[in-house]
Design a protein around this ligand. Structure first.
Ligand SMILES: *Cc1c(COP(=O)(O)O)cnc(C)c1O
Length: 449
């Protein structure tokens, strides 16, 4: 049996990337570097006064005046969830029973589910991309220079100016929210092309902000393709290409510099004896890819990045394991790409991400929708944290790594056995805070008691 047979049979798998290499060597080969991430970070800082002004919630939630208008999320410990996961692992057949609570390190949750403005990880990439476009237009038209106070972008003349331009994007939901909300705020005309799995409340929310929503009967790839086609007909339209966008990628990558400071505040070390594990929910690949790239730049071989995908939409796994990247989709294997994890309902991976991270990600595992609901309910009951189904995909990464044969092999291969007690595991929670209460409640009820 190959891994692809198991994937076709919709089994939950834990795949270790055989091409995984030394970070220093692999990063050298890429055309993007830390300078590009720094540039994105500086842009977000230049725009902070604008963001603080037009989204006052970012100023209120800021820890200091300096961080007002910086779009960031908390990093928190989830000890009750950790305890539950370990007990569950130990009661299952796959148990590696010798491991106890203190022997597997720390489990933290990165709460991008609660990022201001867009309520999902898409706030990072989407907002960077639109701000860059707005900045370029404004500079080219002599309206601003980079050393000025960017709160000027809130002025009427800017709104008037941007209303001559259009933004378009294809989305399963959350990217549409992120791009739609920031673009409409700046004054752009915005069209979001939504796939069939996008939730009604996301469409309603966007329409309430003046965004044009076009709905498709088909899945995400089709919505992107149509959006791209229509946008290309309009010279004043800018299409955000989720499958290939470098600016989205770099916006996501900025997360790690902030994460580094948060780890330091918690007195958590990351070095050769204190490994860091990231578990990142993956759709088309941009968000987990950008974060993995940024993490590798900062922590090199001391960080291990795993992607998590639904068993019905394992596009990145299929692309990477076959080496075909965007030349293959899950439907080619007879897999339906139907999942309730709407941010992850992507059948064809980004070729740009697959190729960029081919030698840098440690592995990919898959997860059933029902497990996402069960974890959603547990997270609410135990930690009082409310996430959308997609956002739970990273949570069981820690026990999958410790209990599956391939996970255990990975630990051995990289001589991590003695270091696991010092490890830090971060499950990246990617969305949830904007989900309406009644819908969240229906998710909750689908989880096991
Ligand atoms: C988009 C999204 C992801 C994954 O990001 P990709 O760039 O599509 O890989 C994960 N979780 C949620 C909630 C998302 O909206």
């Amino acid at each position: 049996m190959t891994i692809i047979d198991d994937v076709k049979a919709l089994k939950e798998v834990f795949w270790i990337n055989p091409k995984y290499g030394k970070s220093e060597i692999e990063l050298e080969k890429l055309s993007l570097s830390i300078d590009d991430v720094n540039e994105a970070e500086s842009r977000l800082k230049r725009f902070a006064p604008y963001i603080a002004k037009v989204f006052p919630e970012t100023a209120e939630s800021a820890e200091s005046a300096e961080s007002a208008g910086i779009i960031e999320s908390p990093l928190i410990e989830i000890p009750k969830m950790k305890k539950f996961l370990i007990e569950e692992m130990q009661s299952s057949e796959m148990a590696s029973s010798e491991l106890t609570f203190n022997e597997i390190g720390n489990l933290l949750l990165k709460c991008d589910s609660h990022l201001p403005i867009a309520g999902s990880i898409k706030a990072r990439g989407g907002i960077n991309t639109i701000l860059k476009h707005a900045e370029e237009l404004a500079i080219a038209n002599g309206m601003i220079s980079p050393d000025e106070d960017y709160s000027k972008f809130a002025n009427n003349e800017f709104q008037q100016f941007f209303s001559n331009y259009n933004i378009a994007v294809g989305s399963t939901g959350n990217l549409g929210l992120s791009i739609g909300i920031i673009s409409a705020k700046l004054g752009f005309g915005v069209t979001v092309h939504m796939s069939s799995d996008a939730k009604q409340w996301k469409k309603d929310l966007l329409r309430s902000k003046g965004v044009t929503v076009v709905e498709y009967e088909s899945d995400y790839s089709k919505a992107v393709e149509e959006g791209r086609k229509l946008s290309n007909l309009d010279l004043k339209s800018f299409f955000i290409d989720d499958e290939n966008s470098v600016d989205l990628f770099l916006g996501y990558a900025v997360a790690n510099k902030r994460l580094k400071a948060q780890l330091k505040d918690l007195n958590i070390l990351v070095d050769e004896n204190n490994p860091l594990f990231l578990y990142l929910p993956c759709g088309v690949g941009g968000a987990p890819g950008g974060i993995a790239f940024g993490a590798k730049l900062l922590w090199g071989d001391n960080v291990h990045c795993f992607f998590a995908e639904p068993t019905h939409s394992p596009c990145m796994l299929v692309g990477m394991a076959t080496g075909l990247h965007d030349k293959i989709c899950v439907q080619d294997l007879g897999i339906d790409n139907v999942t309730d994890a709407d941010g992850l309902a992507v059948g064809r991976p980004s070729g740009f991400i697959g190729k960029t991270l081919e030698y840098l990600i440690s592995g990919i595992y898959t997860i059933e929708d029902q497990t996402l609901y069960d974890l959603l309910r547990k997270m609410a009951d135990l930690e009082n944290i409310w996430l959308e189904p997609s956002a739970l995909a990273g949570v069981p990464g820690i026990t999958r790594l410790l209990s599956t044969d391939s996970g255990k092999n990975y630990i051995e291969l990289h001589h991590l056995e003695t270091k696991m007690k010092n490890a830090t595991h971060i499950a990246w929670a990617t969305g949830g805070s904007l989900v309406p209460k009644d819908i969240m409640n229906s998710y909750y009820l689908k989880g096991k008691k």
